[in-house]
Design a protein around this ligand. Structure first.
Ligand code: SAM
Length: 282
């Protein structure tokens, strides 16, 4: 087998790797912030890679984008103002805008090149960018949140790269503290929280930092994501208000199409594995 026909992401901490057979490399560039690559794969459509890490594929991005948005939007009582920090491929923005309650959704990605490449290679993820409720900003999300006024947003979705490079500060207590200050009364942060199998320590640190920033209610949801390390991913919600219930009736009658999310998937994603409960005394 010719290794040059495969894209492989190695996971040094876990001594494992994930590979996709590629047809060709469509693009590569060094942006001001990171190294961006786009491949055409044999079976997963197009693949975006940032600094050697898989980000988005045509075939399976729906798991991640739907689970980063709909559970939180169906938990908040009335989400009108949503910010997406990172998320430059625009897939999360598209899901957020499916909710009629949303009046304004701002995507704040540090790297405009990610969005420009998504427009070319993942046009289906960018099809809501022209929605009058959508706003795209290309600045550092850490700075954006730090400078925001109190009570200026209902949900902050942190759809970032891993906690290295420009995204490192998005996993810090100082950042969660700034989020807490600009969120409204029932406000919540949703953050992609990596793999519970491979990154349990990171999830523990994240949950600890969220709690010490003032968030009294935490919830980690689980979902499949085969192109990410271990194939099993998570999102963690940190909320000012109770997370005991979500708007199940509305989720059951959602007026838009999804590929993965539905009310049963939402309930199932809330089930906590035994090792996870033990790790965090849940
Ligand atoms: N779903 C992906 C994952 O979990 O691997 C994340 C995809 S999305 C493309 C990640 C985005 O986060 C990138 O476009 C990157 O530019 C952006 N990003 C990283 N650090 C950032 C920061 N400090 N502020 C805003 N955006 C940031």
């Amino acid at each position: 087998m010719n290794p040059s026909e495969w894209f492989t992401e190695q996971l040094p901490g876990a001594d494992s790797a994930f590979s996709l057979k590629i047809k060709k490399k469509l693009h590569e560039e060094q942006s001001a912030f990171q190294f961006l690559e786009i491949y055409e794969t044999e079976t997963f459509g197009n693949l975006m890679v940032i600094d050697g890490c898989t980000m988005v594929s045509t075939r399976d991005n729906f798991f991640y984008h739907e689970m980063m948005s709909h559970p939180a939007l169906y938990t908040h009582p009335n989400p009108k103002r949503v910010w997406i920090i990172g998320g430059g491929d625009c897939g999360t923005l598209k899901e957020v805008l499916k909710h009629d309650s949303v009046e304004h959704a701002v995507q704040i990605d540090i790297d405009e090149r990610v969005t420009r490449l998504a427009e070319i290679y993942f046009p289906e993820l960018c099809e809501s960018n022209g929605d009058p409720r959508a706003e795209l900003k290309f600045i550092d999300g850490i700075k954006w949140v730090k400078e925001a006024e109190p009570n200026s947003v209902d949900i902050i979705i942190v759809d970032s790269t891993d906690p290295v490079g420009p995204a490192e500060g998005l996993f810090s207590k100082a950042f969660y503290h700034d989020c807490f200050n600009c969120l409204s009364e029932h406000g919540m942060v949703v953050q992609q929280s990596e793999s519970a199998l491979y990154h349990l320590k990171l999830i523990g640190e994240m949950r600890g930092a969220m709690a010490s920033a003032g968030f009294g209610h935490l919830q980690t949801l689980f979902f499949p994501q085969c192109i990410y390390p271990s194939g099993w991913w998570s999102a963690t919600i940190a909320s000012k208000a109770s997370l005991a219930k979500f708007r199940e009736l509305e989720a059951a009658n959602k007026p838009f199409d999804t590929t993965y999310y539905n009310v049963d998937i939402h309930r199932a994603a809330l089930a906590q594995p035994e090792f996870f409960k033990k790790a965090f005394s849940l």
